[in-house]
Structures are given as C-alpha cells and as structure tokens.
Design a binder for this molecule. Structure first.
Ligand code: UDP
Ligand code: MG
Length: 162
C-alpha cells in the first residue's frame, strides 16, 4: 500500500525570519510525513549554486542564490507515502497568488521571490538535494510514525474480518 519516498524540504530564510519554522514542520507532520533529518544551517555559496543549478542562466538565478544565503534555513528530509508530490501539494504553487488557499505558500506567502518553503520536485532532485545538505548518517529512518501504524492496524483488522 505504501509507496515510501524521501524528499528534501527547507524553510527558506523568509520563513525562518517570519517565525514560521514550527508551523511549516507542523503541517508536514500532521499530514503524516516523518521528519527523518532536521537542522538549521547557513547555506554556503557552493550549496546554493548546487541546489539551484537547474535555474542557472535564468533572470532570477543570481538573486535566488544570494537570497538562500541571506539567513539560516531549516533543512529537513521527510519520508512518507508519495512524499515528493505530497509535500509540494501542501506547499502550493511557486507564486503564492496562484497557490490554493490552505497551502503554505497561499496562507503565508505574498510574492514568489519569498515563498517560505522549498520542496524537491522529483525523485532525482530529492536524492541530489538531500546529498547537498545531509550526510547519509544524518538520516534517521527505520521507524514507523502513528499515521503508518494506524493504517497498518486497519489493514490487519480487515484481514481478520475477511
Ligand atoms: N523564483 C523567483 N522568480 C521566478 C521563479 C522562481 O524568484 O520567476 C524563485 C522562487 O522562490 C522559487 C525558486 O525560485 O521557489 C525556485 O523556482 P522553481 O521554479 O523551482 O519553483 P519551486 O520548485 O520552488 O516551486
Ligand atoms: Mg523547484
């Protein structure tokens, strides 16, 4: 039933400075995703360039690379069922004006340049971004959270009945 994925998520400097770190983590946790790695850090130039390499050459690239270094980020790895698309669903579209109400970017963001949160957009990006910010031994996997345990128990009960 579960299609377990790992994704890289970060509260960007605007989100940290707005005091939204806890709120953002809360939304992912309440959904049922596991936080398997978490740290505050100041992004280095090398990390910033690697993170946003796909945008090199675009008009907003230089500003973006500077911006992500302008204050600490709260970097995390989330694990869960379809966590890559699911985390982006909770984040909402890049531009807060287009993001659905109830998403992080719609509820807290005003402009796309400062949209609170980052999330990987594919399995390849997730692996690449996790490797930029975390060492393998910093990932604390191998446990089930309450959402997974409840679903597993419900499945067991159905099999007992059937
Ligand atoms: N961005 C920007 N101007 C743009 C497009 C993007 O400043 O015209 C910023 C924005 O903060 C976005 C980040 O660059 O979150 C990365 O862009 P991407 O298209 O990958 O959006 P995301 O995956 O974050 O939704
Ligand atoms: Mg992106």
């Amino acid at each position: 039933m579960f299609n377990l994925e790992r994704t890289f998520v970060a509260v960007k400097p605007d989100g940290v400075k707005r005091g939204l770190t806890g709120e953002v983590i809360r939304r992912f946790e309440e959904k049922g995703y596991k936080v398997i790695a978490l740290k505050m850090l100041n992004v280095s130039k090398e990390q910033a360039q690697a993170h946003y390499a796909e945008h090199a050459g675009k008009p907003f690239y230089e500003r973006l690379v500077k911006y992500i270094q302008s204050g600490p980020i709260a970097a995390m790895v989330l694990e869960g069922h379809h966590a890559i698309a699911g985390a982006r669903h909770l984040m909402g579209k890049t531009d807060p004006i287009e993001a659905e109400v109830g998403t992080i970017r719609a509820d807290f963001g005003l402009v796309k340049e400062y949209n609170i949160v980052h999330g990987s957009d594919s399995a390849e990006s997730a692996q690449r971004e996790i490797d930029i910010y975390f060492k393998p031994e910093e990932l604390c996997g191998g446990w089930n959270n309450m959402a997974e345990l409840v679903i597993e128990r419900l499945q067991e009960n159905e099999q007992l009945k059937g």
